[in-house]
Each structure stands twice: as structure tokens, then as C-alpha cells.
Design a binder for this molecule. Sequence first.
Ligand code: M6R
Length: 613
Amino acid sequence: MCGIVGYIGKSAAPSILINGLRRLEYRGYDSAGLAIVEDGKIIVAKAPGKVVSLSDRARDTWPTERFSQVSYGIAHTRWATHGPPTEVNAHPHLDQSGDIALVHNGIIENYRSLRARLEAKGHLFLSETDTEVLSHLIGDRYDGNLFQAVCDALHQVEGTFGIAVISVKEPGKIITARRGSPIVLGIGEGETIIASDAAAILTHTQRVIYLDDNDIAIVTADSIEIRDLHNVPVNREVAELDFDSSAAEKGGFAHFMLKEIHEQPESLRNAIRGRLDFNLGSSVLSGMGTSPRDLAEINRVVLVGCGTSLHSGLIGEYAFEDLADTHAEVQQAAEFRYRNPIISRSDLVIAISQSGETADTLAAVREANQKGAFVMGLCNVVGSTIARETGRGIYLHAGPEISVASTKAFTCQVTVLLMMALKMGRSRRFSRQEGMDFARQIEAIPALVEQVILQNDHIAAVAERYAKNEHAFFIGRGPLYPVALEGALKLKEISYIHAEGYHAAELKHGPIALLENGTLVIALANDIPGKDKTLGNVEECKARGARILGIITAGDHEAAEIMDDVIEIPACHPLVATIPTAVALQLLAYHIANIRGCEIDQPRNLAKSVTVE
Ligand code: M6R
């Protein structure tokens, strides 16, 4: 989604800003822009499309020799919400006087009424954006003190924001603030970097400060002063980034997605390391913050998330029921706060989010907290808003995920959920021996995934046979049903093939009407309970001319015979099988998208972290 970079220091700001935007490209965006102050004037360069277009535009605006003279500025990648991705709608936006420039992530919900008020005072707006209203509002409030003007303006806005603001009247200073949209400040030697994502900071410094909601900071090259919106100073800790900059490189792979798929054995080992106790037949998850007695008292587990994280929650639902005899249910984070969720103090609410910034999941966390539930986060990004607001939870340790399509975060989410269910299971029905057996199954997950990745060439060959299909149906049962949903999501988001996931039994209740000669059906027919019924559903599809790609257990000749093509998954526990099966589907989606020439790491219209509702 939108990205912010601000720089103030001793180096040439335009190139640092553009390089910072490049580091944020993975988040998804459709236009870019930057603003600097030169000779007492704000100069803006903007371009629709990619950062490379902005870079060309900036070079036209400032000949190289002038680059080095500019020591501060702000920049932005925009993911269009209000108005199409045109040059005029791209950020930064100026105030009426042209002296103040602003970049903004988030949404100003009451922008229409604010705009009408400002128009009545004679303000002229050039763009369709909500953001331009905020820049005008700041200009309208400006009375010689930029900090105060920003504060006053922010008191009037409803919605979410992460912003950075400069003014020609107060050179050498950037004002930045957040509410519901992250801002990180990187503390360098005689330079400060402002960003919406640490990825834009790590080449400069590892020392960062995360702003909290309603914090507003005055930033110079060598000072950071943070206050709240009532002008009261606040203290925020300096944290060290735990981020290996090689994670932001493709490391010889054609795409980040392929790299991240291949990283899974390692990321899964990191997610598991030190968290299994074979003696007790349980898991050690200190972040859960509950004693076995507390766990035994949990009445119900509610899992919330969006997209891929919702799908891992659906697998978690099976795991808590099967392993821990606990009532579990998944709720779409986007619906949670709008439907009077019945939540009590004995409920454990698990918010699942790779980025830890997804607006809907964050809102669900706040609602669950409000209702007094025991709330935990399952996040990948350390220090993210959901991780901080839940206060307790478990990090995935999957490592930075750059590709918009989530892969390694998903398999780590499922693995951590299995460990949580194991721990809860031991406080309830699981014997020590059963716990030990299941812990061994979890320990084997990285090796199972390795065996699937070894089939990469075979999966690429299978992809060749199906890459021209325009429709695909994924079917599965039991814990493989959510994997069918996830397989369909992965395929549609990166290849743009119309793909749907169904419970295998559901197909004949409607979707089967769509099957015709050559329609692709991907049947998750691993040898787990219900397999025979899935094979029956496959026969129904074949009878209507569908071509069947079977994901089956290695050596299952009976299943193989029915299928047109197969990908084999090593035999394992049904819950564990979800993970290598998902990896096979990730590779399949990747190769199909690659054959179709799609822009795999940044699919059209998508953003890596969805910070708007
Ligand atoms: O960061 P989150 O896990 O909260 O993100 C949730 C979804 O936006 C995300 O999983 C999305 O569905 C991905 N594009 C899936 O690949």
C-alpha cells in the first residue's frame, strides 16, 4: 500500500528518497512523487506508474549537479483510493500557498466536509484526493509554527494517517505524525530517515523509533522531539532493527516470491526452533503468556485475519478442535467489529497478520480488547502495530516477506498455530505420549517442505500444461479445505486466472455447473480421512470433462490412476499435510504466473500491507 520516505541530513536527498521508495516498491503502489525545498521554494516531481518513472522525472527537474545541494525532502508511493493513479493525484500535495508539502498514508474519512469548508474560504483543489484537503487544512492553520498547524489540523480529521510535512518557511525540519498508519524514524549519524516501513531505513541505520498513534514528531538532521497531539512531550524507546538487508535482495532467484518459497525450510526451522519440548510432549510458547491452568480455562478460540492469514486461521480452527478439544471459530477481521461478536473473558482471540498492520485485523484486535477477551497476536513483523497493541503473542520468525503474495508467512502461521494447539491440547485431552508424537510431526515439517521444493522442475512442467486455462477450481476436505482456498487465492492474485476454492462436497451444490471440457480442477486428495469421498468428487468432475491435477500422497497409486497429473506430498499427519500441500500450490501458482508473463512480486491492484478498510 502507500509508502512514505522522508530524509534530512548531509547527503543528497533526492537520490536517498528515490532509493527509499524503491525499497518500498514491494508494498504495491501505482504512482510516486517527491518534494524538496530549493531556493526557498517547494519543488515537486511526480509520475504515474513505477518509481523508475519518478526517477526520470526527477532527473529532468533537477540536473545531477543540483542533487547534492538538497539535504532534505519527503517522498511517497501512492496506492490509489480517492481518484485514479494520475500525476495530479500523486503525493506530495501542496497547501493553497504552495509553501507546505505533505505526503500521507491512510484515509481522511471526513475529507468531503473539510473540503467544502475550505472551498467556501476560497481554497482551490487540484486533485481528487483526501490528502490534498489535509495539506490545505495545515496551510489554513499555519501561523508561523508548522508543528502547531499540523497539530491543529490533525485534531479536525477523522480517519487514519501517517504523514510527513515540510514548509519553506521552516527549513531543515520535517513534521511527522501517525494514527493507524505506521511511521518509523531511523536515527543515523547526522541524519534522520522517516519511513512507513523499516525496509526504507535499514541501509542507513539499525536504530529506530516507532511512533505510537497520535504521536507527532519534529525531526531535524540530529534531533527528534516527540509530543502527543496536545503538545505534551512523550518518550519512545529506541529499538534495534532485527533485519538482514540481504532479505531485501533476490539472491539469484528470478522473483522474491520464488526466493521466499525456497526459504521455507529455513523459515519454518526458525519458527519451530526452541519451541518444542519433547520431554513434556508439548510446546514452549512463552508469548502465549498463560499457565496450563489458564489454558484449560479457555472456553473458545476465535481466530481473526484477512486473506492468506484468514486461511491459516481456518486450519487453526481444525487444529484447536482436533488437538485440544476446544471450540474454535474463524471470523473475517473485516466483519468482526460490525457484527456484535459474542466474546467473553474466557475467549482467546488470536489475531493473525504477517504485516501486523492490516487495518481490519487491527480493528478486530481493538474490538476484542474492548470486550475483555484474552487477545494475542500472531505476527511476522516485529514491532508492528498489532504486535504492540496485543502486547502478547508469538512472532513467526519467517523473516521479511517482500513478495505481495504471502508464502513463508502462511506456512509459519500454520506451524505456530499447530504448536499453540499442541500446548492447549496438553492442558486438556492429549497424553504425554500423544503430545510427543505430534511434536515429532511438527519437527518434521521443514524436511517435508524440502521434499516438495525438490519437485520444483516437475511442478514447472505441470504448470506448462495448465497455464493457458482461464478458470481453475481447487477442492479439498477437512484441513485441506482451507488449503484449497489458499491455493485458489495464490493462483488468482499472481496469474490473474479466475480461481475458486471449494470444499470438495460443495462443488455439486452449484459450481459444478461451470465445468466443461478441459476445465482445470485441482484436487487435494492426500491420503487423509475423507480421501475416498474426494476421489468420488473427482470422478464427478471427470465425468463432466474436467482435467484433474491431483495433489496426492506419495505412492498412492489408487489416487494417481484417477488423475491427469499428480504432485506427490510425503505422507504425514492430516494437519501437518496442509503445509507441504500449500507449498506445492505456491510453486504451481508461481510457475503458471511466470509462464503467463505476469508481474509476480507486485501483482496489479494489490498491496503488501492493507492499511485501509
Ligand atoms: O499482513 P496480513 O497477513 O494481515 O495481510 C493479510 C492479507 O492482506 C494478505 O494475506 C493477502 O491476502 C496476501 N496478498 C495473500 O497473498
